[in-house]
Design a protein around this ligand. Sequence first.
Ligand code: P6P
Length: 330
Amino acid sequence: MSLTRFLLEAQHQGQIDAELRLCITVVAQACKAISIAVGKGALGGVLGDAGTGNIQGEAQKKLDVISNEILMDANAWGGHLAGMASEEMDHAVPVPKHDRDDDAKYLLLFDPLDGSSNIDVNISVGTIFSVLPYQGSGELRDEDFLQPGTAQVAAGYCTYGPSTMLVLTVGHGTHAFTLDREVGSFVLTTPNVTIPEDTREFAVNMSNQRFWEPQMQNYVGDLLKGKTGPREKDFNMRWVASMVADVHRILTRGGIFSYPLDEKCADKGGKLRLMYEANPMALLVEQAGGAASTGRQRMLDVTPANLHQRVPVFLGSRNEVEAAEKYHRD
Ligand code: P6P
């Protein structure tokens, strides 16, 4: 089944409306273009730094800027969006009045190329997106986007790896599509993705260990004790340093991903961004039977304070996330 047919069936079943179907279709089309740009590598003259920085204080890669432009251009004229927000833009950008329906219903948020520091070393990167209802009126404001993750009507990512895959939820399960490059369309390859409830695999950047809170030190310390410790089983570790790649592995075979508070980022509230990284991933994971939290609160219940808010992240196999939360409660 193609993505086009999947979305039409979702509309016929009343899960989405025509405007949301158009929004997801356009985002998927943009991801195909990004996949082509990323796939060219050194041959495309698009590797390396752009020589600019974003609001996060991060150096932008050329492909960060290119991917952002592809998504902005693709979504600016369909009429279905009131505005867009991106990791790469300081503030939300309204869709011009002449390009949008008077009753434009949706807001699109994205991290156009997450993990982009991996591009120059040919490791998987991805696009993360989230769709919120637009309930504002008049001039678009950043505040129009400040809705909890439970308000999302769709979320997904596209991972540019050995194959290009789109993983999507519209609130009725999480579904994985693989890009058939010969035909140029996404094909449903794993309907109803399900994360195993338990795991023996954790994903964390261990080089931050000395900066973690004691609760995190204790949690990971017990993982490392394996069979000889209170968890009574051995664990393995993976860390790609590309959230899309780590989350895709966890959606596929289970695991727990964490980017906890550490002394380096505690003043900012964490490293990863709530609105266009943590929330869309949390919805995908919950819809696949997993769990996602800040360690102390369900991720989707967090009330955003600002567009680029950062949060600590724990997500993946439900029982393992709950085990990690227990260390942060006691
Ligand atoms: P670190 C990529 O920059 C990112 O935002 C996520 O994709 C990834 O999980 C994390 O940061 C990696 O962070 O500190 O290990 O480089």
